[in-house]
Design a protein around this ligand. Structure first.
Ligand SMILES: Nc1ncnc2c1ncn2[C@@H]1O[C@H](COP(=O)(O)OP(=O)(O)OP(=O)(O)O)[C@@H](O)[C@H]1O
Ligand SMILES: [Mg+2]
Length: 262
């Protein structure tokens, strides 16, 4: 059975998409079969992974039930992608019928068995799209950056997770908080690290051992149509993302069925 991870934080610009993209490419590099799903109307994950996002059916048409799943899955030769575009921004108003929380989960059900890992990128919001992601996934990763403002609003995030856990998906768990744009020489980093530990306890989770350092590679790689591993294999952030992938797959509950038995 495939494992599903959504990358989430309602704060903008904390590295959700960069992290989703790096995990997708990192797992693919290890030979796993990956489906990447972009649930953000900004369409950035699809762009990072080289999908065609403007003139192809996207996750929006899938959730609407307008096209079969086969028509929304693209491949970049390495991973499969369900892209998104701006049309998805109408979701809150448009998806207003009973069962609207299950649209993504039901939409991807026919292909789940084809993949080892399914990675979902989410918008900087707590809305029906976020709830759809949380309903379709059993695992969350919460990236944060070392700025005090990035730590506010965690109680709303927790409420949304609790809501989904109570009603739509009792299996949902936070795998961990990921500190991104990390610089251990900055004074504030220490404070933020301590706060992140406190937040992790509130969310019944931990802070990942791996932290992602800042480097221009993260911003430059997508502009060159490459993953961070291809673009700059030795950059600090690339090494960090490689370690994160190792940390992730060695985590209890994240091993695939065959691997768990070994
Ligand atoms: N470790 C890093 N080092 C340097 N730049 C980074 C790093 N992580 C992210 N960035 C840059 O920060 C910006 C925001 O990152 P990203 O788009 O991944 O965040 P996001 O949480 O997905 O944003 P949004 O909420 O808008 O979807 C981007 O320009 C990205 O290139
Ligand atoms: Mg993003």
């Amino acid at each position: 059975m495939s494992k599903t991870i959504a990358i989430t934080n309602q704060k903008g610009g904390v590295g959700k998409t960069s992290t989703a993209s790096a995990i997708v490419s990192g797992l693919a590099e290890k030979g796993y079969r990956i489906l990447a799903i972009d649930l953000d109307p900004q369409g950035n994950l699809g762009f990072c992974l080289g999908a065609e996002i403007d003139n192809s059916p996207t996750v929006y048409e899938l959730m609407k039930g307008a096209v079969p799943i086969g028509q929304v899955i693209q491949s970049n030769g390495t991973v499969d992608i369900i892209p998104s575009n701006i049309l998805l921004s109408g979701a809150e108003l448009e998806f207003n019928h009973l069962g609207r929380e299950y649209l993504l989960k039901n939409g991807i059900a026919p292909v789940r068995g084809n993949y080892d890992y399914i990675i979902i990128d989410t918008p900087p919001a707590l809305n029906i799209l976020t709830v759809n992601a949380y309903t379709a996934t059993d695992n969350l990763i919460i990236p944060m950056i070392p700025e005090i403002l990035s730590l506010l609003g965690i109680s709303q995030l927790r409420e949304t997770i609790d809501l989904v856990k109570n009603i739509y998906n009792p299996k949902i768990e936070v795998l961990g908080i990921l500190l991104n744009k990390y610089d251990k020489r900055r004074l504030l980093t220490k404070d933020v690290e301590e706060m992140a530990e406190i937040i992790a306890k509130e969310l019944y989770t931990k802070v990942f051992d791996t932290k992602i350092r800042s480097s221009v590679t993260v911003a430059e790689a997508p502009a060159h149509g490459e993953s961070v591993y291809q673009y700059s294999p030795r950059a600090n952030s690339t090494r960090d993302y490689r370690m994160l992938v190792e940390e992730l797959i060695s985590q209890k509950g994240m091993k695939l069925d065959g691997e768990e038995k070994q």
